[in-house]
Write a protein that binds this ligand. Structure first.
Ligand code: COA
Length: 433
């Protein structure tokens, strides 16, 4: 049988595809911009066919209807990274959260969370019968290789990314065809505070460095201050439109990278159509599984790697809370610790946690003690640089007393007196600024 005949035989309606899921199955969804909208909707619409289906994924982009209260008989969500549409269900204990480093998710699927069904979105098959997982290879490829059943939505809008992104038609059990624009992440608004933070972060980046950047206004602000740099590279869990602009200006060329010279490496992509068109069939972008991209042992081989991520709170010891507000889980560990640790082991590696000094001017994000029941994401032994719009605190190798002083110096001036009081009480000091 040719791959074309095989593809035709496996082509089903949405209802037929959704019927392949059985009660009590564990179903893994491709996430972020790769989440297959219509296929997910079809599974929700087919709810009466099943009970107790466990839905596992990281970043949700859709409305996550399977988390609604009236769905509890049919679905239970197990979140590896909470998003706006899943936060309420997790906080009300109608859904679960599994803490994990991103690079270990494929291992979880191998050892702790065996996958019954993988739900993915792919590009059209090429002439050899291969489809590309496009914007999300990260844990999606492992889920496909480990699942008993793989169901793929084939979508002409999914870019055909290169790297380890391919599956052959023979490796997929069922196809549904639906061309619809994939999820986009609009460019964030960069305000004055983000610009100041971006300027300080950019001062820590040298010509020839390789970057990891998270999502949001701060990474984008950092990129906007790098236009005068030379020979930058990308080895990042994900990247967005800002990287395309710097590539087009010739600032990012990946020439000085130690690993994958000449190539940008990522596990997933989130941005606008501009990004998706840029990566389509682009041999300079290689999409790889997350147990490669985010593995600290791989990251440490990249000399001069700089990771830039954000957080919710930092205490005066340098403990970083990045995923919960008190007890309420609002995101996940993601790749933050993977890159903080990888960068800390790399030759001339640096990790930056950058954040505004306050939450909308109301509370300080630098605090004497983290909120009760909050989870520490990056430990005080792993932390390196903290940046706010008031400057840079370099914490690695510093005593608790020195850390506390350095952090107070970059706190918002309205909260410094309070922090100084706590510092002087704790360290029997008479520190002032
Ligand atoms: N106390 C109370 N609320 C706080 C807070 C604090 N100290 N810090 C932030 N918040 C609130 C904000 O007000 C905002 O609320 P809103 O949604 O109601 O406006 C919300 O938390 C998110 O904060 P914001 O600053 O808008 O978030 P962001 O989009 O810049 O993301 C993180 C910041 C920390 C949530 C995000 O970077 C993250 O999830 N990091 C962990 C994972 C990671 O680093 N992965 C690697 C890169 S992909």
């Amino acid at each position: 049988m040719t791959w074309k005949e095989e593809y035709k035989n496996k082509l089903k309606t949405f209802k037929e595809a959704a019927d392949l899921i059985k009660s009590n199955d564990r179903v893994v969804f491709e996430h972020a911009a790769g989440e297959p909208k219509s296929l997910v909707d079809a599974i929700v619409a087919n709810k009466d066919a099943y009970e107790n289906v466990e839905i596992v994924h990281m970043v949700p982009m859709g409305d996550a209807k399977y988390c609604d209260e009236d769905m509890s008989k049919h679905f239970r969500h197990n979140s590896l990274f909470v998003g706006s549409s899943t936060k309420k269900a997790v906080s009300e204990a109608r859904a679960d959260f599994t803490p994990t480093f991103f690079y270990q998710v494929p291992r979880l699927f191998r050892e702790s969370l065996p996958v019954d069904v993988a739900i993915v979105q792919v590009s059209k098959p090429d002439e050899h019968g291969y489809v590309s997982l496009g914007v999300s290879v990260d844990y999606t490829k492992a889920a496909c290789q480990l699942a008993k059943t793989v169901i793929a939505q084939v979508n002409k809008y999914m870019p055909r990314t290169l790297g380890e992104s391919f599956l052959h038609v023979s490796e997929i059990d069922c196809f549904v065809e639906c061309d619809e624009p994939i999820y986009e992440l609009p460019n964030p608004k960069i305000g004055e505070i983000e610009r100041e933070i971006g300027k300080y972060c950019a001062s820590l980046i040298n010509d020839g460095d390789t970057l990891q950047l998270g999502i949001g206004a701060i990474p984008d602000a950092v990129l906007s201050f790098l236009t005068e740099k030379k020979d930058l590279g990308i080895h990042s869990e994900m990247f967005s439109d800002g990287v395309v602009d710097l590539y087009n200006k010739g600032v990012i060329n990946n020439k000085k990278k130690t690993t994958n010279k000449g190539k940008m490496v990522a596990a997933f992509l989130m941005g606008t159509r501009k990004l998706y068109d840029f990566v389509d069939d682009n041999p300079e972008v290689i999409m790889m599984p997350v147990d490669y991209v985010n593995n600290p042992v791989v990251i440490m081989q990249e000399d001069n790697i700089v990771s830039i991520n954000s957080c919710i709170q930092v205490d005066l010891m340098g403990q970083v809370v990045s995923e919960s507000i008190g007890e309420t889980q609002i995101s996940g560990v993601g790749g933050q610790v993977d890159f903080v640790r990888g960068a800390s082991m790399a030759k001339n590696g640096r990790s930056i946690i950058a954040m505004p000094s306050t939450v909308k001017g109301k509370f300080s994000k630098i605090v004497p003690v983290i909120d009760e029941k909050a989870a520490v994401t990056t430990s005080r032994c792993d932390v390196d640089y903290i940046v706010t719009e008031y400057g840079i605190a370099h914490l690695r190798g510093k005593t608790l007393r020195e850390r506390s002083k350095a952090l107070i110096a970059i706190a918002h001036p309205d909260f410094r007196d309070e922090l100084i009081k706590e510092h002087n009480k704790k360290f029997k000091d008479d520190f002032s600024l």
